[in-house]
Structure formats: C-alpha cells, structure tokens
Write a protein that binds this ligand. Structure first.
Ligand code: GLC
Ligand code: MG
Length: 249
C-alpha cells in the first residue's frame, strides 16, 4: 500500500469515543511505520485550545496542524503559523471593518477572546436566529465590499473568514506542500465547518455516523462516489471509512 494523507477534524470526529480512538491510533501507528502516513488535524480551535484538548485526549502527534477553521497552519511542533498561508489570507481581509458591520447585529454574541484570531472572527448564534440573520449579514458585508466567507457550524457557531481561507483550501495547501495527490488524501469531519473539506476538490471524504444535520443534509444534496457516510460514530467512523477506501486492510 502507498503512503496517504489523513486529514481529520478533532471534536466529534476523531475525538468523542475513547475506545474507538485507541483502536484507530493502533492502526495508524502501524500504517505510519509500514507504508507511511501523513497525519493532519484540522480544527476550529485556536492553538491554545488544541493544546488543552491534547492534555485530555490520547491523540497522536500530527505532521501538521490546521487551526482556527483553516486560517492557521503549523508544521511539526512549531508554534508560529506558516507565513506563506497567512500572507495569502491577508489579501482583501479587513478585520476591523468586519467587526464594525457585525456590531449592528445585536443577535450576534462574540465568542471569547481566545477564539478570535487574526483571520477569524467568531460568534455564537442560535439556529432560529441564523436563518433570518445570515442572509442579511451577507448583504451588509457585501455592500461594504467585504468579500468574506460565513461558516455556520454545530447549530451554534458562526465564523467569518477570508474568502481564501477555510478548511478545504488549507487542506489543499498542505497536501501540495506534502506533494500528495487528491486520490491519496482522505478528509474526515462531522459538522458545517468541515463541509469545505468535502466541497473543495476530489479528495476522498469520510463523514462520521454522528455527523450534524447541517453536514448530513449537504451530503444528501451533493452525493458523489468519493464521499463515504460511515455508520459508526467518531473514530469508529474514520476506521470504517479508511477500510472502505482501502487505505486500511
Ligand atoms: C471551535 C472554535 C470556535 C468555532 C467553532 C466552529 O469550537 O473554538 O471558535 O466557532 O469551532 O468552527
Ligand atoms: Mg467537529
């Protein structure tokens, strides 16, 4: 078998079922030794919040880490993000202007400071309010010439990102850097911010069985051969999907 790139979301995808995670880890450690594996995590969390998770959950050390919904990329154990990626996101990104527009929307509740990042502005927003608010917010931002991306996840989080920065585009940037083709890349996720992993290109995709309705709905509306909806939940779903795609025996 050939070397492949596994890129997975953390909360409620890799993490959520400790036993399944340990089973998956065993397999991945073996594959890493035998055939070569590039392991990449892609999370909505900040680097600090990722480090907290790492103290609680037995996750393997990744080759690269993508944080803040695709807006920061770290290699090895480095704590400074890839400057080439940051520079790409910087084009046309006006964080202060985004904040001055969002201030007019009183239903948007800012997330804690620790989750506000240079290329990510995040709010809490209930699904009931989201339906009416998101289209209005999009128009308001557009009128001001702010071409940004609105990503709604887990029925509670709204992230505003640069147009060029989401989990999908960050995945492709990393996969090109590691020189791995889309056929040998498999992405795993459970919620709205993972949709970009599945919609950006031809990479293989695993949607875990416990996926959020927003992602399941998208999957139903956009069925393709190279996406697999697992029956098993969390890491168990990743294992099932890796076998389905013949990345694991
Ligand atoms: C993580 C981040 C949060 C973000 C959410 C969805 O929970 O901490 O800031 O809004 O993911 O992407
Ligand atoms: Mg998740």
């Amino acid at each position: 078998m050939t070397k492949f790139l596994l890129i997975t979301d953390l909360d409620n995808t890799l993490v959520g079922d400790r036993q399944a995670l340990e089973r998956l880890n065993q397999q991945l450690m073996h594959v890493r030794q035998q055939q070569g594996l590039l392991l990449v995590y892609s999370t909505g969390r900040s680097l600090d919040s990722y480090k907290q998770l790492r103290t609680k959950e037995p996750i393997l050390v990744p080759d690269a880490l993508i944080t803040a919904v695709g807006t920061e990329i770290y290699y090895g154990g480095s704590t400074s993000p890839d400057p080439a990626w940051s520079e790409k996101l910087n084009h046309g990104w006006q964080r202060e202007d985004v904040l001055s527009i969002t201030a007019h929307f009183q239903d948007l509740v800012l997330q804690p400071d620790a989750e506000q990042r240079p290329y990510k502005v995040s709010f809490f927003l209930s699904p009931v309010l989201a339906e009416d608010l998101l289209p209005r917010l999009e128009v308001a931002l557009h009128i001001r010439g702010l071409d940004v991306k609105l990503v709604y996840s887990g029925g509670q989080d709204l992230d505003i990102l640069p147009l060029q920065g989401d989990k999908g585009q960050a995945m492709q940037f990393v996969r090109h850097r590691f020189d791995i083709s889309a056929d040998y890349t498999v992405a795993c996720g459970d919620s709205g911010n993972d949709q970009a992993l599945f919609s950006v290109g031809q990479e293989r995709g695993i949607i875990v069985g416990n996926a959020h309705p927003e992602l399941l709905q998208w999957h139903q509306d956009n069925p393709v051969q190279h996406h697999y909806l697992a029956r098993a939940h969390y890491a168990g779903g990743i294992l099932e999907g890796l076998r389905y795609f013949n990345f694991l025996p």
